[in-house]
Design a protein around this ligand. Structure first.
Ligand SMILES: NC(=O)c1ccc[n+]([C@@H]2O[C@H](COP(=O)([O-])OP(=O)(O)OC[C@H]3O[C@@H](n4cnc5c(N)ncnc54)[C@H](O)[C@@H]3O)[C@@H](O)[C@H]2O)c1
Ligand SMILES: N[C@H](CO)Cc1c[nH]c[nH+]1
Ligand SMILES: [Zn+2]
Length: 431
């Protein structure tokens, strides 16, 4: 862990340098470019090659799509307590996300013409679910539930298998619960390439969603334009703002929880109002590290991606948070400060308020999608919601009376822009 002090001589460059580490290095960009080019050229053959290379899975193209019987069998095998958890989380996710279903509307403008917006689900979407060693069962719920609420007619799911070509029962059972049967055992860059360009076996999608490691995230960035992509959710991040009221045990546990994702590029921030608080929490992190199972991978993340920042006031903490735009921001500070912080912090993906709100609650079950922007993309992206699975068309209808009212405005613009035919096309209607 590194400790820096707000407003110290090198603070700006230290913080910027650390955040820079969250952006994608050139070697990863080049690897991704090469794999995508190969997928575009060789299609299924290249997908097989990279599945073997990165996941150790010997697949033929006809094995990519998971058979309905395999999904049903996995769902049947899932222990009752795990199924109950899926159902409980799903209920919260549905209830939360139904709130933001975009509404069509129709109104009148100043000319008396009808104007409005209509929304349609995106026809064919591809959802990426991280898999392999750590199968993110919750990501199925946090993406597919929203696609279903939006009404997307075709939902294809991509997730890497293990070396035996198997996908975790929890992932398949979650898909079964939601009612999705188009599932491909393909992960990584090759999955994003197959989804974006299409292959003989995988029909191309219109937009790709879902989180992933730096390779997956970079692949999505590179296929943007060929297809739509969501908010570029990459390796997880958490920032905790701590003061003297912070529960040290809880804070340390939450820092470890996000480091545990363990892809190596996660970012962990502790912003505290004294050096003593930083010491207490970071010592506790080391104590609790011994209690978790993925301690080696977690330790590696902490070694490269853990930054502590000492601030004098919470106002300074706000400045740090707004610069970093962390994926998850825990405000484990005195309750009287919550209102002001919520008003002033404008770039966090998700804010978890108070000592009892562990980020893991949001990861699994609180309700909002856990698919959130990382690497400072929170400055311009927000967390996934139903509207991301839809597209909007504006609709305009003038009649003779309203066109007459609009004509002087159009004529003036046509003159300013020297576009005579534009002006004429409206003038002849207003006669
Ligand atoms: N921001 C969010 O909303 C959010 C949500 C959940 C998870 N996450 C993040 O998702 C990530 C999941 O990562 P993961 O690795 O466990 O699963 P993943 O499915 O994202 O990536 C695994 C794939 O990466 C590819 N890969 C690995 N090494 C490679 C290399 N050297 N070259 C090319 N391709 C390579 C392989 O194809 C492999 O199948 C974690 O970083 C986690 O923090 C983010
Ligand atoms: N923390 C991740 C978002 O960054 C979501 C997740 C899924 N499973 C566990 N955690
Ligand atoms: Zn997590």
């Amino acid at each position: 862990m590194r400790v820096i002090q707000f407003a110290s001589k090198t603070f700006d460059s230290d913080l910027a340098g650390f955040c820079q580490g969250a952006s994608v290095p050139k070697d990863i960009q080049d690897t991704v470019t090469a794999i995508l080019a190969d997928i575009r050229q060789r299609g299924d053959e290249a997908v097989c090659y990279y599945a073997a290379k990165f996941d150790g899975a010997k697949l033929r193209a006809r094995d990519f799509r998971v058979k309905p019987a395999e999904i049903a069998a996995a769902a049947k095998r899932l222990p009752a307590a795990e199924r109950k958890a899926l159902v409980a989380a799903h209920e919260n996710i549905v209830a939360f996300n139904k709130q933001s279903l975009p509404k069509d509307w129709l109104g009148k403008n100043k000319h008396g013409a009808q104007v409005g917006e209509i929304n349609h689900p995106i026809r064919r979407v591809g959802l990426y679910v991280p898999g392999g060693e750590v199968p993110l069962v919750s990501t199925v719920l946090m993406t597919a539930t929203l696609a279903k609420i939006a009404g997307c007619p075709e939902i294809a799911v991509f997730t890497p298998s293990n070396s035996q070509g198997k996908i975790a029962d929890g992932v398949l059972a979650a898909l079964d619960l939601i009612g999705i049967d188009e599932v491909y055992r393909i992960g990584g860059v090759q999955a994003i390439g197959a989804a974006a360009f299409g292959t003989l076996t995988v029909p191309a999608v219109d937009k790709v969603f879902g989180p992933g490691n730096a390779y997956v995230c970079e692949a999505k960035r590179q296929v943007f334009g060929t297809v739509g992509v969501d908010s570029l959710p990459g390796p997880s991040e958490v920032m905790i703002i701590a003061d003297e009221s912070t529960n040290v045990t809880f804070a340390a546990a939450d820092l470890l929880a996000q480091a545990e994702h363990g892809s190596g590029r996660e970012k962990i921030y502790l912003v505290a109002t004294s050096a003593e608080i930083i010491k207490e929490i970071s010592d506790e992190v080391q104590v609790q590290l011994k209690l978790i199972s993925r301690s080696e991978k977690t330790q590696r993340v902490l070694a490269n991606g853990f930054l502590a920042i000492e601030v004098k006031t919470l106002a300074e903490a706000v400045k740090v948070a707004n610069y970093v735009a962390p994926e998850h921001l825990e405000l484990l500070v005195k309750e009287s400060a919550h209102k002001g912080l919520l008003r002033d912090i404008t770039t966090a993906g998700a804010i978890m308020l108070g000592n009892y709100t562990a980020t893991a609650l949001g990861d699994f079950t609180a309700g909002p999608s856990h698919v959130l922007p990382t690497a400072r993309a929170g400055r311009f992206f927000s967390g996934l919601r139903v509207a991301d699975f839809m597209r909007r068309t504006s609709v305009v209808r003038y009649d003779k009376a309203s066109v007459k009212k609009a004509e002087p405005v159009v004529s003036a613009f046509a003159a300013m822009e020297k576009l005579d035919a534009h002006g004429r096309s409206v003038k002849i209607r207003a006669l």
